[in-house]
Design a protein around this ligand. Sequence first.
Ligand code: C5P
Length: 227
Amino acid sequence: SKKITIAIDGFSSTGKSTLAKQLAKELEYVYVDTGAMYRAVTYFAMQNGYVSNDFFDKETLVNSLSAIKLHFEFNAELGFAEMFLNDENVELPIRTLEVSNFVSKIAEISEVRAKLVEQQQSMGKNKGIVMDGRDIGTVVFPDAELKIFMTASPETRAQRRFDELVSKGQAVTFEQVLHNVQERDYIDTHRADSPLVKAEDAIEIDNSYLTKEEQFSLVLELVEEVI
Ligand code: C5P
């Protein structure tokens, strides 16, 4: 069977990455979490003092982009690739609510997007890839053979993200997480450059009432129709 490109887009915490990881494992494809790349740039900006609650030096960040080197390294124990920023494993710090609170502001910057999109396209040039994000089917791989657009109610999504953060030992409230999910959805769908929108040829899956197993077998059927 031929190798294809699978684009998975959608709102925050719709279970995109869980599905994408399962698919990549099943098909022996590469999985790329593009959200991790935007998060790593955000973490870089925070570490260097370019962004905080009351301060945002966009220009210096843009001028420092060439100092940001991102790469993924597959961790066989975990079964997925971890995000590295300038050779430091940042998989844990990029998943905090603090990073989530700034990431959509960073992801609005066209220069940031251009840099990351270029790297994403080069990672996918040989196909055999499952990539998840917000603009994969619309901007990164408009010719992807299979495009999935995932949705679920904000409450369902916030509950999932809340459970995930609590299980990692982070001190957050459900309201904080819901607020973050809603705010990111708003910024991601309203930004000028590459807003989150369902590609015309994407297949929409509302997984509010679907188990992980149901979603997986649904998408696997779609893959088999294409390959
Ligand atoms: O997927 P995740 O929730 O980790 O993404 C974090 C943020 O990164 C999103 O809310 C969005 O602002 C940004 N993002 C993006 N384009 C992508 C992936 C993520 O703008 N392809």
